[in-house]
Design a protein around this ligand. Structure first.
Ligand code: CU
Length: 210
Protein backbone atom coordinates (compact mmCIF):
# COMPACT_ATOMS: atom_id res chain seq x y z
CA UNK A 1 0.00 0.00 0.00
CA UNK A 2 1.32 3.44 -0.76
CA UNK A 3 1.19 6.21 1.74
CA UNK A 4 -2.10 7.81 0.98
CA UNK A 5 -2.42 11.47 1.58
CA UNK A 6 -4.32 13.57 -0.87
CA UNK A 7 -2.60 16.77 0.16
CA UNK A 8 0.77 15.24 -0.34
CA UNK A 9 -0.27 13.80 -3.68
CA UNK A 10 -1.40 17.26 -4.72
CA UNK A 11 1.73 19.01 -3.49
CA UNK A 12 4.02 16.44 -5.06
CA UNK A 13 2.12 17.07 -8.28
CA UNK A 14 2.68 20.79 -7.95
CA UNK A 15 6.37 20.25 -7.30
CA UNK A 16 6.62 18.00 -10.33
CA UNK A 17 4.85 20.58 -12.48
CA UNK A 18 7.17 23.30 -11.23
CA UNK A 19 10.09 21.10 -12.16
CA UNK A 20 8.73 20.60 -15.66
CA UNK A 21 8.13 24.29 -16.18
CA UNK A 22 11.66 25.00 -14.96
CA UNK A 23 13.08 22.32 -17.23
CA UNK A 24 11.16 23.63 -20.25
CA UNK A 25 12.22 27.16 -19.43
CA UNK A 26 15.82 26.04 -19.24
CA UNK A 27 15.52 24.17 -22.52
CA UNK A 28 14.09 27.14 -24.36
CA UNK A 29 16.90 29.33 -22.99
CA UNK A 30 19.76 27.02 -23.87
CA UNK A 31 18.16 24.97 -26.62
CA UNK A 32 19.87 22.13 -24.78
CA UNK A 33 17.97 19.43 -22.97
CA UNK A 34 19.07 19.15 -19.39
CA UNK A 35 18.65 15.44 -19.17
CA UNK A 36 19.35 15.08 -15.48
CA UNK A 37 16.99 17.87 -14.48
CA UNK A 38 14.27 16.63 -16.81
CA UNK A 39 14.49 13.07 -15.50
CA UNK A 40 14.35 14.26 -11.94
CA UNK A 41 11.45 16.56 -12.71
CA UNK A 42 9.02 14.28 -14.46
CA UNK A 43 8.70 11.26 -16.66
CA UNK A 44 7.16 11.80 -20.07
CA UNK A 45 3.78 10.12 -20.44
CA UNK A 46 5.44 7.35 -22.47
CA UNK A 47 8.07 6.80 -19.77
CA UNK A 48 5.41 6.91 -17.09
CA UNK A 49 3.31 4.29 -18.90
CA UNK A 50 6.29 1.98 -19.34
CA UNK A 51 7.22 2.29 -15.68
CA UNK A 52 3.67 1.92 -14.33
CA UNK A 53 3.14 -1.28 -16.29
CA UNK A 54 6.10 -2.96 -14.56
CA UNK A 55 3.98 -3.52 -11.44
CA UNK A 56 1.99 -6.30 -13.12
CA UNK A 57 2.86 -9.58 -14.83
CA UNK A 58 3.38 -9.17 -18.57
CA UNK A 59 0.06 -10.79 -19.47
CA UNK A 60 -1.86 -8.36 -17.27
CA UNK A 61 0.25 -5.32 -18.17
CA UNK A 62 -0.37 -5.91 -21.88
CA UNK A 63 -4.02 -4.85 -21.67
CA UNK A 64 -3.96 -2.74 -18.50
CA UNK A 65 -4.91 0.91 -18.52
CA UNK A 66 -2.60 3.57 -17.14
CA UNK A 67 -3.63 6.53 -15.01
CA UNK A 68 -1.62 9.49 -13.83
CA UNK A 69 -2.37 11.85 -10.98
CA UNK A 70 -2.25 15.48 -12.08
CA UNK A 71 -1.16 18.50 -10.08
CA UNK A 72 -4.60 18.90 -8.53
CA UNK A 73 -4.62 15.32 -7.33
CA UNK A 74 -7.06 14.25 -10.04
CA UNK A 75 -6.67 11.00 -11.90
CA UNK A 76 -6.07 11.34 -15.61
CA UNK A 77 -6.25 8.35 -17.94
CA UNK A 78 -3.26 7.93 -20.25
CA UNK A 79 -4.32 4.58 -21.62
CA UNK A 80 -7.63 2.76 -21.64
CA UNK A 81 -7.91 -0.50 -19.74
CA UNK A 82 -8.97 -3.55 -21.69
CA UNK A 83 -8.79 -5.98 -18.79
CA UNK A 84 -10.10 -4.06 -15.79
CA UNK A 85 -6.65 -3.30 -14.37
CA UNK A 86 -5.23 0.19 -14.12
CA UNK A 87 -1.56 0.84 -13.45
CA UNK A 88 -0.36 3.99 -11.75
CA UNK A 89 2.50 5.48 -9.79
CA UNK A 90 1.62 7.11 -6.51
CA UNK A 91 4.40 8.76 -4.50
CA UNK A 92 6.90 6.39 -6.01
CA UNK A 93 4.81 3.29 -5.44
CA UNK A 94 3.93 1.45 -8.62
CA UNK A 95 0.75 -0.62 -8.72
CA UNK A 96 -1.74 -2.22 -11.06
CA UNK A 97 -5.18 -2.34 -9.49
CA UNK A 98 -8.57 -3.67 -10.48
CA UNK A 99 -11.67 -1.47 -10.29
CA UNK A 100 -12.63 -2.61 -6.78
CA UNK A 101 -9.13 -1.83 -5.55
CA UNK A 102 -9.21 1.59 -7.21
CA UNK A 103 -12.47 2.32 -5.38
CA UNK A 104 -10.82 1.16 -2.15
CA UNK A 105 -7.78 3.44 -2.64
CA UNK A 106 -10.03 6.33 -3.55
CA UNK A 107 -12.03 5.88 -0.34
CA UNK A 108 -8.81 5.63 1.65
CA UNK A 109 -7.50 8.90 0.24
CA UNK A 110 -10.80 10.62 0.99
CA UNK A 111 -10.99 8.97 4.43
CA UNK A 112 -14.35 7.46 3.51
CA UNK A 113 -15.61 3.98 4.23
CA UNK A 114 -14.37 1.76 1.40
CA UNK A 115 -16.89 -0.34 -0.55
CA UNK A 116 -16.96 -3.91 0.70
CA UNK A 117 -15.84 -5.54 -2.52
CA UNK A 118 -12.91 -7.86 -2.95
CA UNK A 119 -10.22 -6.33 -5.10
CA UNK A 120 -6.83 -7.44 -6.38
CA UNK A 121 -3.76 -5.27 -6.87
CA UNK A 122 -0.30 -6.13 -8.14
CA UNK A 123 2.76 -4.44 -6.70
CA UNK A 124 5.48 -6.56 -8.24
CA UNK A 125 8.07 -3.80 -7.76
CA UNK A 126 7.46 -3.71 -4.03
CA UNK A 127 6.63 -0.52 -2.16
CA UNK A 128 8.46 2.39 -0.57
CA UNK A 129 7.10 1.61 2.84
CA UNK A 130 4.07 2.56 4.89
CA UNK A 131 3.07 2.94 8.48
CA UNK A 132 1.20 -0.22 9.40
CA UNK A 133 -0.91 1.67 11.92
CA UNK A 134 -1.52 5.05 10.25
CA UNK A 135 -2.84 4.98 6.68
CA UNK A 136 -2.11 8.71 6.28
CA UNK A 137 1.50 8.64 7.49
CA UNK A 138 3.97 9.89 4.92
CA UNK A 139 7.19 8.83 6.56
CA UNK A 140 8.79 6.70 9.20
CA UNK A 141 8.56 7.82 12.82
CA UNK A 142 9.91 6.00 15.90
CA UNK A 143 6.48 4.62 16.74
CA UNK A 144 4.42 4.34 13.57
CA UNK A 145 5.41 0.77 12.71
CA UNK A 146 6.94 1.62 9.34
CA UNK A 147 7.11 -1.41 7.11
CA UNK A 148 8.66 -1.91 3.67
CA UNK A 149 7.33 -4.80 1.60
CA UNK A 150 8.97 -6.35 -1.45
CA UNK A 151 7.05 -7.56 -4.50
CA UNK A 152 3.52 -8.42 -3.41
CA UNK A 153 -0.15 -8.74 -4.21
CA UNK A 154 -2.78 -6.90 -2.23
CA UNK A 155 -6.31 -8.06 -1.63
CA UNK A 156 -8.78 -5.46 -0.40
CA UNK A 157 -12.31 -5.81 0.94
CA UNK A 158 -13.64 -6.70 4.38
CA UNK A 159 -13.57 -10.41 3.46
CA UNK A 160 -9.77 -10.48 3.72
CA UNK A 161 -10.14 -10.69 7.49
CA UNK A 162 -11.32 -14.28 6.93
CA UNK A 163 -7.86 -15.17 5.68
CA UNK A 164 -6.70 -15.21 9.28
CA UNK A 165 -3.46 -13.39 8.53
CA UNK A 166 -1.24 -12.00 11.27
CA UNK A 167 -2.68 -8.66 12.31
CA UNK A 168 -0.09 -7.24 14.68
CA UNK A 169 1.21 -3.72 14.18
CA UNK A 170 4.71 -5.09 13.65
CA UNK A 171 4.28 -7.42 10.71
CA UNK A 172 6.85 -9.62 8.99
CA UNK A 173 6.71 -8.37 5.38
CA UNK A 174 8.29 -11.55 4.06
CA UNK A 175 5.06 -13.40 4.86
CA UNK A 176 1.39 -12.64 4.22
CA UNK A 177 0.01 -10.12 6.73
CA UNK A 178 -2.85 -7.74 7.29
CA UNK A 179 -1.90 -4.12 6.74
CA UNK A 180 -3.74 -1.42 8.69
CA UNK A 181 -5.43 -4.00 10.91
CA UNK A 182 -8.38 -2.81 12.95
CA UNK A 183 -9.22 -0.02 10.49
CA UNK A 184 -11.74 0.01 7.62
CA UNK A 185 -8.68 -0.05 5.36
CA UNK A 186 -7.30 -3.40 6.49
CA UNK A 187 -6.08 -5.37 3.48
CA UNK A 188 -4.01 -8.44 2.79
CA UNK A 189 -0.38 -8.04 1.80
CA UNK A 190 0.90 -11.17 0.08
CA UNK A 191 4.61 -11.29 -0.79
CA UNK A 192 5.42 -13.03 -4.05
CA UNK A 193 8.67 -14.08 -5.56
CA UNK A 194 11.34 -13.78 -2.93
CA UNK A 195 14.10 -14.88 -5.25
CA UNK A 196 17.36 -12.95 -5.33
CA UNK A 197 16.21 -11.31 -8.59
CA UNK A 198 13.04 -10.04 -6.94
CA UNK A 199 14.94 -8.74 -3.96
CA UNK A 200 17.28 -6.83 -6.26
CA UNK A 201 14.37 -5.31 -8.16
CA UNK A 202 12.74 -4.23 -4.90
CA UNK A 203 15.97 -2.70 -3.60
CA UNK A 204 16.53 -0.87 -6.86
CA UNK A 205 13.00 0.52 -6.71
CA UNK A 206 13.57 1.69 -3.13
CA UNK A 207 16.92 3.23 -3.94
CA UNK A 208 15.39 5.28 -6.76
CA UNK A 209 12.94 6.94 -4.44
CA UNK A 210 14.82 9.88 -2.95
CU1 CU B 1 1.04 -2.71 -1.60
Amino acid sequence: MPRLNMFLVASVGVLIMMGVVAAQDQMSKDKMPHKMAAQKAELSDAQYIAKALTAAPRGVAKDAGVARIDKDGNMKSLRESKNGFTCLIMLGDIMCADANSMAFFDATMKKQTPPDKLGLTYMLRGDQGASNTDPTATGKTPDNHWIVTGPHLMIVGAGVKDLGLPDSADADPTKPYLMWPGTPYAHAMIPVGGSAAHATAANTASAKKE
